[in-house]
Design a binder for this molecule. Structure first.
Ligand code: GLC
Length: 720
């Protein structure tokens, strides 16, 4: 539908709404799953713009009643035929990284470095969710974070803005398809705008201090990408930025999000975020004041706390909020509903989907998200006729491996790592230590190798689930020590959602696979990788610190005023980062091994310099690198391209990821990978939101992780 047709339809709908009905549209109620009739009556009385399909604020870790699309259609018929406005309700749900078939958590899947596969997987997720009546999802979560103590880092694309850019695009396109009016499309929601990942101390909901330079160059890029991809909605975050709650910040929600970034959809508050400005933040005198501040800031829809429902009528009647301001919020919501074609097809659609095909995709993504950190003496892959010792608290786990924010998991589809290992290698001998107790490990001493399935519960990840220590739990470390003492090769399968600090535990393992929280097919994917049916082609989307005390520790740090960046070289006698700990990570961003080996040679660039004008005209640099599989079996690797602006009017990160390509090569095969750099890759945003590229020298690094020493020097000059 052309824009002017959309606008005409919106104005026509808006024009016939009463004040009460307008206030209904800017209100999102929650579905009281234990009392459908109560929700039905609320739809009649309030005529809400949306119903969120969860009745708890900690949906990420609490059981939610399965969706019943007949009941949702019943509510929709009430909205259509038993209310004066007759405007359909938008049903929203936290479909974050899966529905019935669940993908790895976002932080795990980011390590796949495979945008095409991620988008294909979200297309499958969309099919399942829309089948159940979901038309709006509160994803992608795009909060860049440097702090593994923060439980919600598992929902994020990790520490790097560029990773957030590609994840944003893949997820928005997966849900919204290439046509939002498609009745199978689901409106996406870029959240949590903005800076939530900087919560002080990794303590959820905490204060954040983010200067505009950092905001616009680190925290905004993923949201810019979501806006460029046409994301229909944005959710405001709980936190304050520099003393002003985001949900009351006109600067952030209007000047930046709409003025600088060009967002045209509607903004929904996070759960009770408006009310919390009064309840906890001391920023609003009461709910009425909070409603006024939020509407003025640019929040169009109020999630669950009814501040708009209870106070907007009075605010408008007394003139504190103008009818135009309210109309603009309603207009944005109606515009999304019209763009979605919700008025043409308001009821759920029952287009069947292929669940098994979805499981195949989920397993593929889980396999590609696993990162092989260590493989001494090539203990992996295991032989399918070996005697394999198995132990650890996650050996028999199922639902825990799915991760947080998996409300509609079909548990019947999940099999434990133990079951998957047996299915994958029926000829192998397995010696299991069901007790997972350290002193029973010795029973595994006759095995060819001991595989320890370690990890964390999804209940210490996600919302309101931060940790003060990200070290390996002591009980699990005891198991590792005991296994090490047997003298047998010890393989660690780390099923942790967040990055953890391995510390000395690292040396106790002969092999380590970072499996993350791998979703429905985590077990089969782990078994396939361990026995070599699949190869671990993931590369770390995050830094693994050596110790919690190093946090925040991330690769794209700014240079210090002395040689102190231990991330890259921790050998400075006088300027060591710490006297009691290394400044280097246990494993750096972008790192990962394969079952084969690769070389990265002949790194080159097509031209060594460009003018600013040439860059603005679309001419850039093409970087090439020859990758050779020098091993004896097929394998994949991720060629990564990092940029450093050597001299600029602002400090620039020591390295910034600006391109990558995953390549799959047969043994002995070579391929020359080409990666381009353009105007958008070589500059940065000033505090006022203006983007600039400054002439001067740049150093490029191309290789297999952020520490690669393959350097190329280029220059950008002023000459025309
Ligand atoms: C939660 C989360 C948010 C989620 C919303 C609805 O508190 O912060 O990510 O989408 O409420 O469940």
């Amino acid at each position: 539908m052309m824009n002017d047709l959309i606008e005409k339809r919106v104005e026509e709908l808006l024009g016939r709404l009463s004040l009460k009905e307008k206030i209904g549209q800017v209100t999102q109620i929650y579905y009281v799953s234990k009392d459908h009739d109560q929700t039905a009556q609320m739809v009649r009385d309030i005529q809400p713009g949306s119903v969120i399909l969860c009745d708890s604020a900690f949906a990420g870790n609490e059981y939610q009643k399965p969706l019943d699309r007949e009941k949702l259609d019943e509510l929709q018929r009430i909205a259509l035929h038993e209310t004066d406005s007759g405007i359909p309700v938008l049903f929203g749900r936290d479909v974050i990284h899966g529905h019935r078939v669940v993908l790895p958590i976002p932080l795990t899947m980011a390590s796949s470095f495979n945008p095409e596969l991620v988008q294909e997987c979200y297309d499958a997720v969309r099919e399942e969710a829309v089948y159940d009546g979901v038309k709006w999802t509160f994803a992608p979560m795009l909060d860049m974070s440097h702090d593994p103590r923060w439980g919600r880092i598992i929902e994020s694309p990790g520490e790097d803005p560029y990773m957030g850019e590609w994840m944003a695009k893949a997820v928005v396109n997966g849900f919204q398809t290439d046509d939002l009016s498609n009745e199978q499309a689901i409106a996406a929601c870029a959240k949590h705008f903005v800076g939530y990942g900087a919560s002080e101390g990794g303590r959820d909901y905490n204060h954040t201090e983010i200067g505009d330079y950092l905001l616009k160059n680190s925290y905004l890029p993923a949201f810019r990408s979501a806006v460029e991809a046409g994301v229909a909605t944005v959710m405001s975050s709980f936190n304050d930025v520099n003393g002003i709650p985001v949900s009351g910040s006109r600067y952030l929600l209007t000047d930046v999000l709409r003025g600088e970034m060009g967002f045209e959809g509607f903004v929904v508050s996070d759960w009770y975020a408006i009310h919390q400005m009064m309840q906890y933040q001391g920023f609003a005198a009461d709910d009425k004041h909070a409603a006024q501040l939020s509407l003025n800031a640019g929040i169009d829809m109020d999630m669950a706390d009814n501040c708009y429902l209870n106070h907007l009528e009075e605010l408008v009647q007394e003139g504190t909020v103008t009818m135009d301001e309210l109309d603009e919020a309603v207009r944005r919501i109606l515009r999304v509903k019209v763009r979605m074609g919700l008025l043409e097809h308001p009821l759920s659609t029952q287009i069947p989907y292929d669940e098994q095909a979805h499981c195949v995709l989920a397993k593929q993504l889980a396999q590609e998200s696993m990162v092989l950190l260590k493989n001494k003496n090539n203990v992996l892959p295991l032989s399918k006729t070996a005697t394999v010792g198995m132990a650890g608290p996650y050996l028999y786990e199922t639902v825990e491996l799915v991760g947080s924010w998996a409300l509609d998991t079909d548990a019947s589809l999940i099999c434990s790592p133990a079951e998957a290992m047996r299915r994958t290698a029926p000829e192998a001998q397995f010696v299991e230590n069901p007790g997972n107790l350290a002193d029973e490990i010795t029973m595994l001493r006759d095995a060819d190798a001991i595989v320890l399935f370690l990890g964390e519960s999804r209940r210490v990840t996600g919302e309101a689930h931060s940790l003060a220590s990200v070290e390996l739990p002591e009980s699990q470390l005891a198991i590792v020590r005991q296994a090490h003492r047997t003298g047998k090769p010890v393989v660690g399968v780390l099923c942790f959602g967040r990055p953890i600090a391995l510390g000395e535990a690292d040396e106790l393992f002969d092999a380590i696979v970072y499996a993350g929280h791998g979703g429905t097919c985590a077990g089969p994917a782990i078994a396939s990788v361990l026995f070599g049916d699949a190869e671990p082609s993931g590369r770390l989307a995050f830094t693994l610190p050596y110790s919690t005390g190093q946090i925040p520790l991330y690769y794209n740090a700014y240079p210090g005023s002395r040689q102190i960046n231990g991330y890259y070289r921790d050998e400075f006698i006088y300027h060591r980062n710490y006297q009691d700990c290394t400044g280097a990570p246990a494993y750096p961003f972008g790192y990962g091994l394969s079952y084969t080996t690769f070389t990265y040679t002949d790194a080159a660039v097509d031209v060594s310099q460009r003018s600013l004008q040439q860059l603005k005209d679309g001419e850039g640099f093409t970087v090439t690198c020859k990758v050779t599989n020098t091993g004896t079996r097929q394998g994949s690797t991720v060629v990564q391209l990092y940029v450093r602006d050597v001299l600029a009017s602002r400090l620039r990160p020591l390295r910034s990821l600006r391109g990558f390509q995953k390549v799959d090569l047969q043994a002995g095969e070579s391929k020359t990978v080409s990666l381009t750099l353009g105007y958008k890759d070589l500059g940065f945003y000033l505090e006022n939101g203006d983007y600039t590229v400054e002439a001067g020298d740049f150093t490029l690094y191309v290789g297999d992780n952020c520490l690669t020493e393959n350097e190329i020097n280029i220059a950008v000059n002023e000459a025309r």
